[in-house]
Design a binder for this molecule. Structure first.
Ligand code: 0RQ
Length: 501
């Protein structure tokens, strides 16, 4: 057979997904693998959801707390949320059903910087983890675990949980073995040692995860692909955003502020960041590197073309076509990709040392450069901050990209005051829309407002933004960051009342 469970001493733990799901008690806190649709358990969450549905039909409630690396897939978040099986969720999600439950108040959600989750868990800030459910791509004869297509928080979950359940997924490429770098040197303060990575390609750990055999209470064999959602082909707006960024990079090289190989790049998920990568691949740049948290289609293509020499990440997030390409040429990619746990891939110390160029999407920005990445109209959660804060605050360049409007022009992405803040004016260095790029470095708040309104706002909203700013400046109160407090959020109120800002 093609079983990847080679450890004879653990064979007596093999069972069905339903039997394994039955080992998860109501009220428990479960650490699951999974990061941006990769490496999540494929069978047990669904089996658990089925069990919960039966209990619900019999009038019984059954809820657990679910901690992951980042977002997962409909088979995990979607199915458990649909049966009201999740009491509390952390640290990042992007599932429509989860989102609905969070926003209707029936699910609690804690939105945490992805680099910090394992430290939270280690420090006991989050309470006790009972069970870890972890997808691996194989178990060696000696019991070591070959990680899957995402590492995420798996090292921490295995260490923190009382009991561990494994899903051994034979649909993951056998060639993943050797791609990972699991670092067992992390510690709690005080007197922590430096993490010795000074280039994205540095390896400081091992290829395998370790788990004491007596913690493993169940092993389920699966054979199912990751979520693998396709990307939209770049549209005109994302192409224009990409071209502003490329031009900017060339200027920075010409001025001598960056080497011609740029600096290690981080790119968020989504269609626009992916289009920027396609633009970079088509541009004049060579010998680039990436220090990022997700490898999406654009980065895989850049590795293939040679634009990118190497990438450090914690997970893949690929379309079915790109996943097929990865699997076909896995030996090529294994020499160029390192998958690390997310407390290392997103570590502020490393992002600052390497001088990462961070590129992330946003929901809205204000005229002074504060960025909201998470909340629609101040209160409704979209996905979460994810790793954007880790990279934006600590990056050498923090670039935020967005179309200038949303919902067919009804919403301006540039507003007088953001309705929620994830990245403050102190962390946002460059803002880009299809209309232009605002370089905010070294500018005072009022200078930033001019740049953002003139370069980034949609022409349809520019006069109203300028009018707000000028009246705030003329108010004679607080001339450092002028605001009209009674009006600052009136654009959002108007949208809620009329459907248009
Ligand atoms: O919703 O599809 O229902 O119309 O938000 O917006 O423009 O398609 O952009 O997919 O890049 O997502 C900030 C959400 C942007 C993402 C965010 C609506 C818009 C649409 C999506 P519809 P777009 P993207 C690495 C880094 C935080 C985490 C992060 C994100 C939907 O980038 O989650 O960066 N970032 N992680 O219509 C109302 C506005 C709106 C708005 C957009 N102003 N008001 N709706 N939308 N702007 C990955 C990880 O950390 C794991």
């Amino acid at each position: 057979t093609d079983s990847r469970m080679l450890c004879t001493a653990l064979r007596n733990r093999l069972m069905s997904a339903a039997d394994a799901a039955a080992l998860i008690p109501a009220g428990s806190t479960v650490g699951m693998s999974g990061f941006t649709g990769a490496g999540y358990p494929k069978a047990i969450p669904a089996a658990l959801a089925e069990r919960i549905e039966q209990l619900n039909n019999a009038g019984e409630e059954f809820r657990i707390n679910v901690w992951t690396g980042a977002s997962t897939a409909p088979e995990l978040d979607g199915k458990l949320a649909a049966v009201n099986g999740i009491n509390m969720r952390l640290p990042f999600q992007s599932d429509p059903i989860c989102r609905e439950k969070i926003n209707n108040g029936s699910m609690d959600y804690i939105d945490i910087h992805l680099s910090e989750v394992s430290q939270y868990a280690w420090s006991g800030f989050l309470g006790k983890m009972n069970i870890a459910v972890i997808e691996v791509s194989g178990v060696l004869e000696d019991g070591r675990l070959i990680p899957s297509s995402a590492v995420g928080n798996n090292k921490t979950w295995i260490e923190q949980a009382d009991q561990v359940i494994l899903e051994v997924n034979s649909a993951q490429s056998a060639g993943l073995e050797g791609m990972h770098d699991i670092y067992y040197g992390t510690a709690l303060p005080p007197y922590r040692k430096p993490i010795m990575i000074s280039q994205p390609t540095d390896r400081i750990g091992e290829h395998y995860l370790h788990c004491p055999a007596d913690k493993i209470i169940a092993i389920v064999e699966t054979s199912a692909p990751d979520r693998n959602s396709p990307f939209n082909p770049p549209d005109d707006i994302s192409r224009r955003i990409a071209s502003h960024i490329l031009q900017f990079f060339q200027q920075e090289i010409a001025i001598g502020r960056m080497p011609k190989e740029l600096l290690p790049i981080q790119s968020g998920v989504g269609n626009i960041p992916n289009a920027v990568l396609e633009g970079l691949d088509a541009g004049p740049f060579k010998q680039l590197s990436a220090f990022t948290e997700v490898i999406q289609d654009g980065m895989l293509a850049m590795l293939k073309s040679g634009t990118l020499t190497a990438a450090s990440s914690t997970a893949f997030s690929l379309s079915p076509t790109a996943m097929a390409e990865l699997n076909t040429n896995i030996d090529f990619y294994r020499q160029r990709i390192i998958l690390r746990q997310q407390d290392i891939s997103n570590h502020p110390e490393l992002i600052r040392r390497l001088g990462v160029i961070a590129m992330n999407g946003l929901i809205e920005a204000d005229i002074y450069g504060n960025v909201n990445s998470t909340h629609i109209m101040g209160s409704r959660m979209m996905n979460g901050i994810g790793g954007s804060g880790d990279f934006a605050r600590n990056g050498y360049l923090s670039i935020f990209v967005t179309p200038s409007t949303a919902k067919n022009g009804a919403i301006s992405a540039i507003v007088p005051m953001v309705s929620h803040v994830d990245h403050t004016e102190h962390d946002v260095k460059i803002l880009v829309t299809e209309h232009g790029l605002a370089d905010l470095r070294g500018l005072s708040p009022k200078q930033r407002a001019h740049q953002i309104i003139q370069k980034c706002a949609d022409p349809a909203f520019r006069p109203a933004l300028m009018d707000y700013f000028e009246r705030a400046c003329a108010s004679g109160r607080g001339m450092h960051t002028p605001h009209l407090l009674g009006e600052a959020l009136s654009w959002h109120q108007r949208y809620e009342a009329t459907g248009h800002m």
